[in-house]
Design a protein around this ligand. Sequence first.
Ligand code: U2F
Length: 455
Amino acid sequence: GNGGVRNRHVAVFAFPFASHPQLLLTLVQRLAAATPTVVFSFFSTERTNRGLFSERGCDNILRYDVSDGLPEGYVLPGKLHEDINYFLAVAEKEFKRGVQVAEKDVGMKINCLVVDAFLWFSADLAEELKVPWVALWTAGACSLSAHIYTDLIREKYAELKGSAGLNDEIVDLIPGFTSIRLGDLPSGVILGDLDSPFATMPHRMGRTLTKATAVLINSFQELDPGLTKNLSSMCNNFLNIGPFNLVSSPSKQDEFSCITWLDNQKPGSVAYISFGTKFSPPPHELVALAEALEATKTPFLWSINKDSERHFPLGFLETTTANGLGKIVPWAPQVQVLEHVAIGVFVTHSGWNSVLESIGAGVPMICRPFIGDQPINTWMVERVWGIGVRIEGGNFTKLGTCHALEQVLSADASSKGRKERIGALKDHAHKAVGPNGSSIQNFNTLVGVVTGATL
Ligand code: U2F
C-alpha cells in the first residue's frame, strides 16, 4: 500500500445518459487502479450514480451527485433529448459548484479534469483552474472526425441540404475517409436542426477538442489507421485506449439464463438482437423483424424491454418460446452472449459499444441505425470494414430482414469474406489490449498525463 498517501485530485464529469457514465466510470476504475495515490471525484446525476456505485466500491473514487436540471416533480413527456437539454442548461454551473465542494472535502485542489467529450464547455473550467483537460469520446474515430470537420463539411455542402444529392457518396471529404455518404453523417453535422442544443453541442465540441491536453477514444488504432493518423495530427495526445469491453471484465450476471439457452443451440446459428440502452424500432418494424425470424426459422435471443413486447405479432412470444425457436429477455449479458459460439449474427442499432463488442467477439452484424453516430457506424461496418450489412431501405421489412438474415447466416463467399474480415479485426482488437499492445501503451501515456508526469 501507499500508506494512504494521496497527492493528486482529479475531477471527472460524466454525461449522464445512455451508456456514457458507465463507460467513463470503467475508465476511471482503470486509472484509479493504476494510480493509487490519486483521488478521483466522479460527478454524475443522482439517478445514474445510484446504479453505478451500487455494486462497486473503490477507495480512491468518490461519488458526487449533480442536479439533472429537471424542475421539482417534473415528469418527462418522453420527447427525444428533452432530458439532455434540461441537464445541459444547468451542467456548467453544477460541475463548477461540485468541484468546490469536492476540493473542500478532499482537502486538495483539482489537478486535472477528465470529462465526457460532450461536455466541451468544461474546457473553460480547466483553463480557469490551469489544469490539463482530458476528454473521452465514447464513440468511434469516424463520428469524431465528422464533428471535428463540421465547419468544413457545412462550408462545402450546406447547399445540398434537403436535396437528393445528400445521399450520394462523397470522396475525399475528410482526411482518412476514402468516401462517405453525407446522409450518414451524425445528425446535427449537416442534417436536421443545426441550431438545436443537441446539434450545437457536438459542433462546439469538435472545435474545442483540438485544444484538449488529451483526447481519448474507446477504440483501437488498428481499426482506423487513416483516421487515427489524421486525428493525431489535429489533437494533442489522441489516444485509442480500447476496446473497453476487452480490458475490464464485464459483470457476469445472467439473470435470465441466456447462456444456458445458447449452450443448447447450434454453433453460428443464433441471431442476437438488441438496440442498446435507449432505442426501439417502431411497432411495425418489430412486427416485420419477428415475422422474418419465424419465416426463416432463425433461432434468436432478443433483448427487449417489457414495454415493447406488446407490439409483437399475436402469439409470437408464446409460440417461439414454446417451440424453442427464440428466447426473449429484458436484458442480456451482451458481451458474453456475443462471445458464445452459438451466435451467428448481431442485429444491432450500431451503437458504438455494440459495434466494438461485436468486433471483439468476431460476430458479423445486421445494422438498423437510428440517430447520432449510428448511421456512420453502419457505413463503416458495411462499406469500410466489410463486416456486416445495413438493413435494406434503412428499416425492417419482412422481406428485407429475411434477405439480410439469409445473407449473413449463409455459407457463401461474401458471408465467408465478412467473417474473415471481422476475425482479423478481432485479432487486432485483442492484440491492442494485450502485452505491449497499442491501447496499453496509449493508456500508459494517459496515466502520465493524469499523474502530471508528462504533458
Ligand atoms: C449510445 O448508445 P447505447 O448506449 O444505446 O448503445 P451502445 O453503445 O451499443 O451500448 C449499449 C451497451 O449496453 C449493453 C451492451 C453495450 O455495452 O453490451 N447491453 C447489455 O449488456 N445487455 C442488453 O441487453 C443490452 C445492452 C448512443 F445511442 C450511440 O449512438 C453511441 O454510439 C453510444 C456510445 O456513445 O451511446
